[in-house]
Unconditional design. Structure first.
Lengths: 299, 427
């Protein structure tokens, strides 16, 4: 192929990806760049008289020296790990149970999706209702079966219980998503390795650990990465169920970022918080790819 | 010649379009907005000025205004706003001093309690339309029940009346606390500005303050610690679920007849009188927030909430905006609109016999208003909201949750406010 042909080939290739590139730049890169830039400024929307001033790394210095921010990172980490772990465990269990063809499979699939289709705000209200210490059904049932002592103090007002409750509410919403991703993965595993394992006399546990799990890794990676990224941004259910309280027990990074941006109108510092969240998301994703993906490229 | 003709035509068209442009109002979605909306038609009939309104949910109304003004895209002439918002909007020159508009003197400021809060550097930026106070709404039927009165007298040694002192308030809450069917008091324990109000009311009643004259935070004083501890003390007479209540949930508990008192604000009375949802219609009264016995008779700060009209700096016809303000805040119009869900800002409207006859509690409210120093729920500086919602509310919540002592929570909050004020260039 001549040089001109090569160039034309490259140009044509570039033309094909240009729409996508424009889309990415407009939708992702511009806001991201803007956030990065703003994180180096001191800008308070409530104080336009102070102007927009270059702040250097002071917003970041505050992030890493402020014990509240570090505590908030810790709480967010607990939330993400707790929610993703439960979702993966339960989602995998349900996916394995449903990995058979049976009559009414479509109906089960639809029912399974219901929590995932509900808006997170509504999920927050639903859970707030079911946990109400006066008329919430869960509290009523716990009291009826003699576990009333556990809920003497309303769960959402109890600093030790509020975060686990949020994790459960979040897991309730997203387990269907994880289940469906894993189920799709299970359905794509060929039957031949199982046949070979049968012949070799492998039991069901061995088949699970040596065939199912390794071949399911790509699906697990997809589910875990997506859920980690979305959990890191958890806001709606925190806002509705606890408002970040009691105390600061359920204040997550996204909620802190919201408070900083829309209560204090401190755009610079809130941009720095968002950048921190972004950095944590990148670290999580790389870690997952190393651990689950074993460093493989799944392109 | 042709150019000149075109210029004149353009000028005439511009003038006509300006004359025909309606007055653009904005507001949150709420009952006092519903009240003044009933006046829009009458205003147009009387003045020939068309009025249109844009409404936003309360939760993002300020965001919409701020983002709109910042980007220069706001097309609102007279935003109806919370009094807490005007310092930020005026410092940024987004809103115009109404007192600079010719004809302002017709407003009659002396008739509007709390108007001093609407002034910055001697200029008025907002005309209150709705005024209310933080206080206690209580069950008149229970307080007037002869058996209850006798039992209370024998237990506490004095007559059961709406609480005037903090000591009486505690006793009454304890007396009526009969869970799970009746609680002594309804409080709002959810981490929010509502929770902070419980602390601030007590802080003021005990003679404390949030900031000193130099804008330095001083709410970790002995009085403040006592005030915070008293908030926690009162929660023992409230439904445990109240630890996560906001304003609406607190009201719901009270109007369903499940508590003897609710520490909310005057608007709550409209919900009490709403036959479609209240089970205690006609059975409640209002009293201003109590104070320590030794401070009886003194004029003390009391939590004051006000919404009113401001005028955008970019409003093309500020006189038309003032016309609207004069019309809608006229005593007659305030009285007529009130039953829809508004507590009038003018004394002359509050004392209207017609209104007091329909809503007897209005008289109690007017009396409370006259005997207090109406003090906005947050300091009237741009950082006010951050101080109360973002710093004090979490501090109160931490103490209630038991994760910090009162002293620790307040000291930490004072440090945070100090940093905020330094960043804001106050000192």
């Amino acid at each position: 192929m001549g040089d001109r042909m090569k160039l034309r080939h490259k140009t044509r290739g570039f033309a094909y990806i240009l729409p996508a590139l424009v889309f990415i730049v407009v939708i992702f890169m511009i806001p991201l760049t803007y956030t990065v830039v703003m994180s180096f400024f001191r800008w308070n929307l409530l104080r336009p008289d102070l102007g927009i001033k270059m702040a250097g790394f002071s917003n970041y210095a505050r992030l890493f020296t402020d014990s509240f921010t570090l505590d908030t990172v810790g709480r967010t980490f607990n939330f993400v790990v707790g929610a993703v772990f439960i979702e993966l465990l339960v989602g995998l269990g349900i996916a394995l149970a449903l990995d058979t063809e049976f009559k009414g499979w479509k109906i089960v699939q639809s029912i399974l999706l219901i929590p995932f289709m509900i808006a997170p705000v509504v999920v927050g209200y639903v859970w707030r209702f079911v946990l109400n210490s006066d008329y919430g059904p869960i509290i009523y049932i716990l009291k009826q079966i003699g576990l009333g002592e556990l809920v003497d103090k309303p769960l959402l007002s109890n600093p030790s219980a509020a975060m686990p409750v949020l994790i459960v509410a979040d897991a309730w919403e997203y387990i269907p998503f994880v289940t469906l991703v894993l189920l799709a993965g299970l359905k794509s595993i060929p039957y031949e390795p199982y046949e070979a394992a049968f012949v070799d006399g492998a039991g069901s546990i061995q088949r699970f650990f040596y065939i199912t799990l390794p071949l399911l890794k790509p699906s697990i990676l997809v589910a875990v990465v997506i859920r980690t990224l979305t959990s890191l941004r958890v806001f709606d259910i925190v806002f509705i169920m606890t408002g970040g309280g009691p105390g600061t027990a359920t204040e997550t990074l996204a909620f802190y970022g919201y408070r900083t941006a829309f209560q204090a109108y401190n755009i610079g510092f809130s941009s720095a918080i968002n950048m921190l969240t972004f950095a944590i998301a990148v670290v999580f994703t790389i870690l997952y790819m190393k651990i689950i993906g074993g460093g493989k490229n799944y392109d | 010649m042709r150019t000149r003709f075109m210029m004149i035509l353009l000028f005439v068209l511009l003038m006509v379009s300006c004359l025909a442009a309606p007055l653009r109002l904005s507001s949150e979605v709420g009952i006092h907005t519903d009240a003044w909306k009933t006046r829009m038609e009458g205003f147009t009939k009387e003045t020939g000025i068309e009025v249109e309104i844009q409404q936003f949910p309360y939760a993002n109304y300020l965001d919409q205004l701020m983002l709109g003004y910042t980007s220069g895209r706001v097309e609102i002439d007279a935003p109806y706003i919370s009094m807490l918002w005007y310092p930020a909007l005026s410092i940024a020159n987004y809103i115009y001093p109404i007192s600079d508009i010719p004809g302002y003197e017709k407003i009659n400021e002396a008739d509007i309690p709390g108007i001093r809060n609407a002034k910055l550097n001697g200029k008025t930026y907002i005309i209150p339309y709705m005024n209310e106070l933080g206080g206690i709404i209580y069950r008149k039927d229970l307080f007037e029940d002869p058996v209850e009165k006798a039992n209370f007298l024998s237990k506490y040694g004095y007559e059961l009346l709406p609480p005037k002192t903090l000591e009486q308030y505690r006793d009454i809450a304890e007396f009526f606390n009969r869970p799970p069917n009746l609680y002594g008091v309804t409080l709002m324990g959810r981490r929010s500005i509502f929770l902070a109000t419980h602390f601030m009311q007590r802080l003021w009643a005990k003679g404390g303050a949030l900031l000193d004259m130099n804008m330095r935070p001083i709410f970790n004083s002995k009085a403040a610690i006592e005030a915070l501890e008293e908030v926690k003390y009162m929660f023992q007479f409230a439904n445990p679920a109240a630890m996560n209540y906001d304003f609406q949930e607190a009201l719901n508990e009270f109007i369903s007849g499940r508590s003897a008192m609710a520490e909310v604000w005057t608007t709550g009375m409209f919900y009490v009188e709403d036959e479609s949802r209240s089970s205690i219609v006609g059975k409640a009264g209002f009293v201003g927030f109590p104070r320590p016995e030794e401070k009886l008779g003194q004029k003390l700060p009391m939590l004051y909430i006000s919404w009113g009209f401001s005028v955008s700096s970019k409003a093309p016809d500020k006189e038309a905006a003032l016309e609207w303000l004069l019309y809608v805040t006229e005593t007659k119009n305030e009285v007529e609109a009130a039953p829809t869900g508004n507590i009038p800002a003018r004394f002359s409207a509050l004392n209207s016999p017609e209104l007091v006859k329909s809503f007897p509690w209005i008289g109690d409210f007017a009396a409370a208003m006259e005997n207090c120093i109406p003090t906005p729920i947050v300091p009237l500086i741009p950082e006010g909201g951050s101080i109360v919602s973002g710093i004090i509310a979490p501090a109160v919540s931490e103490f209630l949750a038991g994760t910090k002592t009162a002293e620790q929570a307040l000291n930490d909050a004072v440090r945070e406010v100090d940093r905020l004020m330094r960043d804001g260039g106050y000192y």
